[in-house]
Design a protein around this ligand. Sequence first.
Ligand code: 5GP
Length: 200
Amino acid sequence: MLILSSPSGAGKTTIARRLLELDPDIAMSVSATTRPMRPGEVDGKDYHFVDRPTFDAMVEANEFYEWAEVFGNCYGTPKAHIRAKLKQGQDTLFDIDWQGTQQLYQKAEADVVRVFILPPSIEELRRRLTGRGTDSEDVISARMARAQAEISHWDGYDYVVVNHDVDDCYTQIAQILAAERLKRARQTGLIGFVRELTRA
Ligand code: 5GP
């Protein structure tokens, strides 16, 4: 379970897309959310868009691995397909916030790798959050405050990558994934293989 967290504007979506495109062995966990769909988003691909009563019923029925309220909207990781994927040995990419990260870590510590992406500077973050120049100063300040609140949780992660350059940042995260896959405990076929090698 590879978790990518970052404040919005740090480049996480680009990195996640690239990982999914280039690595056939990792698939995205599609969360459920109560927030309205943004232009260009696809229901079932970016999120499962649900209304609040539906989300509450899913919480009640214990259908989420983890869920959290983030800036007034609810987000949750549905259990169903994650379990199936883990069983098949399929790696899963999570774009979730620090609250969800803590919950997943508590539930499945050995299976979780936590990566936090930081923007290269406060000026660059502001530039990326300023949008097309149509937002008011208040809206931009609110976005900056949210981003800084998210950044304050950077120390709850195994790896921290500063996104100076999106290509370098992608390469570093792909390297983290490659190294984590090579951990002895994750190479489940190794015992039989080594036994074969050491047979007298
Ligand atoms: P956005 O609305 O911009 O897509 O996401 C807002 C925040 O919610 C991001 O920090 C994102 O990582 C987080 N998020 C998305 N899905 C989930 C989820 O299933 N669980 C949790 N805890 N956070 C999520």
